[in-house]
Design a protein around this ligand. Structure first.
Ligand SMILES: [Ca+2]
Ligand SMILES: [Ca+2]
Length: 193
């Protein structure tokens, strides 16, 4: 019966705010802090005051230390936790939440932004890793292109050299032919004398 009574408000919250609120942990919260935020009245971590659960991530700063806004940029002192599954989890400054720059490799910091951050965690790193890989790949392509250009230049030079050699051979053959004709003519002249 007690369990049933506890379930009624939960079901109501689920219908009122969507089932994601029932299943998902609060946004920007470290897994070890999930229990801390699971109660109905939550204390600011600096002990200054308390706030009700509906003020958690409501985009209004209630605690000076930012305890109530781990998932928004409302409190300048709060930190957003990126889960980054498949890579390294990290905390980022709340000012980086929805600032139109991808900071978490799972893209979770830009959940309400005009830009869409791809999840690059499974690619073995973060955005910087991806950018570095891209730069590295671009550099490799440039290097290959430069090598190909050098090879083409070498082939063209060899072709030019081949033409020069062929022309020289033709010239030498022509000279030899002229000399042979000249000798024959001279020998014929001697015979007629
Ligand atoms: Ca709040
Ligand atoms: Ca960001």
């Amino acid at each position: 019966m007690i369990l049933f009574r506890n379930l009624i408000p939960l079901v109501y919250v689920c219908f009122a705010f969507g089932f994601a609120h029932c299943i998902s942990p609060p946004r920007g919260v470290h897994p070890l802090d999930e229990k801390y935020f699971s109660v109905e009245v939550i204390k600011c971590k600096d002990g200054s005051k308390s706030f009700t659960r509906d003020r958690l991530n409501d985009n209004f700063c209630d605690c000076i230390d930012g305890t109530d806004e781990p998932g928004t940029s409302a409190c300048p002192t709060s930190k957003f936790y990126c889960r980054n599954l498949g890579s390294t989890p990290q905390f980022i400054f709340s000012s980086r939440v929805n600032d139109h720059f991808c900071d978490c490799c799972d893209g979770s910091d830009e959940y309400d932004s005009s830009i869409k951050c791809p999840n690059t965690c499974v690619m073995g790193g973060n955005i910087e890793y991806k950018t570095e890989s891209y730069i590295s790949a671009t550099a490799d392509l440039d290097s290959i292109a430069a090598k190909e250009t050098k090879n083409i230049d070498l082939i063209q030079k060899l072709k030019g050299l081949k033409i020069v050699i062929v022309l020289q051979l033709v010239l030498i053959s022509f000279v030899l032919l002229l000399r042979t004709i000249h000798r024959r003519l001279r020998s014929k002249r001697r015979r007629y004398r």
